[in-house]
Design a protein around this ligand. Structure first.
Ligand code: NAP
Length: 240
């Protein structure tokens, strides 16, 4: 089996996910560019390869069971294992999102992508992660998912019944994975990129995608005595 570290980043065709792929690729890793749209995926892979990254395309819509299984087969054929999974793909579902008005369909789409999508891809990849010497899972969360942050006032962004709650849900699910996998060498952490200028917020963010990617890269490269089950931004642990 190859000694080269292999990672898969979901939603890696643009934004923070693209920069996570670029950053991990810069370490000499092979990076699977998980993306649902063929053209956007191929463009991202070509750009990463032109920058010297050992990137390969992984067709992956995180809302699709069969697609997640096929993605795992592709990674297995490529490397026989997976060392790092970054669950980055997400949608907001569109704003405004007042809880009294939000359509049920928006709630379903956002949870299906941001929470169930992470469960689906993680479970598809777990057999491959278990073959790694130092497996890492990074779930991209957000401070808007922090209940204490939301309840404490401060700058919590727009009212967002689907998106913010989906990140709280994701954090809660992640902790259940941490409990179940406590006896394994798999480390799972949640990363918050800060307010980053991407499509997700109409490019209103104040940080660059590369700055947003830094926390995911740090959590993807944790040493064996590093933390698991944490919720971090660049400054350190975030209150739940
Ligand atoms: P973005 O530019 O909108 O990128 C989102 C990525 O997710 C895109 O590649 C998109 O692919 C992909 N995606 C969406 N639904 C998918 C699906 N069903 N299957 C596969 N891929 C799918 O957003 P971003 O700002 O980089 O966000 C990256 C992560 O950081 C997200 O988890 C987000 O919640 C989190 N985050 C962002 C901010 C911020 O300020 N930007 C703050 C806190 C947390 P398509 O191109 O096909 O749509």
């Amino acid at each position: 089996m190859s000694e080269q570290t292999i990672a898969l980043v979901t939603g890696a065709n643009k934004g923070i996910g693209y920069e996570i792929a670029a950053g991990l690729g810069g370490l000499g890793w092979a990076v699977g560019v998980g993306a649902r749209d063929q053209e956007r995926r191929e463009t991202a892979v070509a750009k990463l390869r032109a920058a010297g990254v050992d990137a390969f395309g992984v067709p992956l819509d995180v809302t699709d069971d069969a697609g997640a299984a096929q993605a795992a087969r592709l990674v297995e054929e490529r490397a026989g294992r997976l060392d790092v999974l970054v669950n980055n793909a997400a949608v907001t579902g569109g704003m405004p999102q007042a809880p009294t008005l939000v359509p049920a369909a928006t709630m379903r789409t956002v949870v299906e992508t941001n929470v169930i999508g992470v469960i689906r891809v993680t479970n598809a990849m777990l057999p491959l992660l278990r073959r790694s010497r130092s497996p890492r899972i990074v779930n991209m969360s957000s401070t808007v998912g922090s209940l204490s942050h939301q309840a404490g006032g401060g700058d919590t962004g727009p009212i967002s019944a689907a998106y913010a709650a989906s990140k709280t849900f994701l954090n809660a699910v992640t902790i259940q994975y941490v409990k179940e996998l406590a006896d394994t060498n798999i480390k799972i952490n949640m990363g918050c990129p800060g307010f980053v200028a991407t499509d997700l917020n109409g490019f209103r963010g104040v940080r660059t995608p590369a700055q947003g990617a830094a926390i995911a890269i740090r959590l993807a490269t944790l040493p064996d005595d590093g933390p698991t089950g944490g919720f971090f931004d660049d400054q350190g642990p975030i209150p739940w």
